[in-house]
Write a protein that binds this ligand. Structure first.
Ligand code: NAP
Length: 368
């Protein structure tokens, strides 16, 4: 039950997953161009675990490990409960909305100054019962999605959408006939698998687990590779694609996987540098191939190596129209209660999940 006038929240001092604490704050009032949202569900991203551990430090303009407590997490679905004067983007009380990861990213490429507006560091996040947002920082939720599904969209799905469509003109999504390689079965890759299949692409999924590969198959994955039992997975990609390679690669492993991504990419293809689950720094290697310069690796396939930082609001809206048309439902692996938030974040960090991990903050606003 809500305590009148009080916001329940989880906080971190960025000093470890085990040290999250619960706190309360006064109920905020929406100011000019602001919207007060009652939060129903929050989905977790790998980034949230890094914030809680003080490890989200590769963006130099964001200070990690500060002494002020921060509410973690960026992705929520909730209901508008109050609005301020002069909204730039119209919202009505009762509307169901999801957060935009960074409200300063309206269109085009990510600009340096927008780094100041990421939810859940440096801005206070959404793992709380109520929060005020600028009107531009919210988008309406298609009615076919549950709250648990909808809260999975802002980071994982938008990033996957940008990996597949970010180089194409706005309003002209593509992918039909292309080969898309998805590393691992976390939130970004599973969203990418769903978008790629709905786009008419051929998909290759890698995973550490045969069980997870089996689940990927049920979502339509065309080719499956266990990267533990097939360490030269790039050879398998070339074999499955009869020497063509992958036109679009979701590069999630970073230091562990980038070298093989260069061997798995098609001529003219794109490696999207999204994650670094295998580490941020290349370990020393005695393998001569590993020392080949990135310039040569890029030019020998005439390919593009591209860093991805989520995506802008107009691309989020473009993606929502595509999701609605194809009735794509984000894959929710497990839902934890608000009181279990600490366990939920530890569970995500353990990597046992397939797709997304969700926290139920309040009762569902819509039927399941
Ligand atoms: N740039 C951006 O805008 C952006 C946005 C979202 C996420 N990210 C980053 O992208 C990465 C994935 O994010 P996520 O939210 O999808 O994470 P997640 O849900 O926590 O996904 C974790 C999964 O990735 C797979 N994995 C783990 N280590 C791997 C490795 N060394 N090589 C290949 N796959 C590995 C595992 O799947 P299996 O068990 O199936 O192997 C694991 O279950 C993270 O590094 C995250 O920080 C970046």
């Amino acid at each position: 039950m809500d305590k009148v006038g009080v916001v329940q929240q989880w906080q971190t001092l960025q000093n470890g997953l085990e040290n999250l604490t619960q706190a309360t704050a006064p109920m905020p009032t929406p100011g000019r161009d602001e919207v007060l949202v009652k939060i129903h569900t929050v989905s977790l991203n790998y980034r949230d675990t890094e914030v809680c551990m003080g490890l989200y430090n590769h963006h130099k303009v964001i200070a990690s490990g500060g002494s002020e407590p921060i509410v973690p997490c960026s992705d929520m679905c909730g209901t508008v409960v109050a609005i301020g004067e002069g909204l730039e983007v119209a919202h009505r009380v009762g509307d169901r909305v999801v957060s935009v990861f960074n409200h300063m990213m309206r269109t085009g490429h990510f600009r340096a100054e927008a780094m100041a507006a990421g939810l859940g560091l440096p801005l206070q996040g959404v793992l709380q019962t109520y929060r005020v947002f600028p009107s531009i920082g919210l988008v309406p939720v298609p009615s076919y999605l549950t709250d648990a599904e909808a809260c999975c969209l802002p980071v994982a799905s938008v990033t996957a959408w940008m990996a597949i469509n970010g180089m194409r003109p706005l309003g002209q999504p593509g992918g039909a006939g292309e080969v898309v390689l998805l590393q691992g079965t976390g939130g970004v890759s599973v969203a990418g698998l769903q978008i790629a299949k709905a786009s008419g692409a051929t998909t290759v999924v890698t995973s550490s687990s045969d069980d997870k590969l089996h689940t990927a198959k049920t979502l339509g994955a065309d080719h499956l590779i266990n990267y533990k039992t097939t360490p030269r997975w790039s050879d398998a990609v070339m074999s499955f694609t009869e020497g063509h390679g992958a036109d679009i690669i979701f590069e999630n492993g970073g230091a562990d996987t980038l070298r093989q991504s260069f061997d798995a990419v098609a001529f003219g293809g794109i490696i999207n540098c999204i994650g670094y689950l295998g580490g941020k720094i290349n370990k020393a290697s005695n393998d001569e191939d590993d020392r080949t310069g990135v310039n040569v690796l890029a030019l020998r396939r005439n390919m593009t190596l591209r860093g991805i930082l989520n995506g802008p609001r107009d691309r989020f809206e473009e993606m929502l129209a595509f999701y609605e048309k194809h009735e794509i439902r984000p894959v929710v692996h497990r839902v934890f209660s608000f009181d279990e938030s600490k366990t939920a974040i530890q569970f995500l960090f353990s990597g046992q999940h397939f797709g997304k991990v969700v926290i139920q903050v309040a009762a569902e606003a819509t039927p399941q």
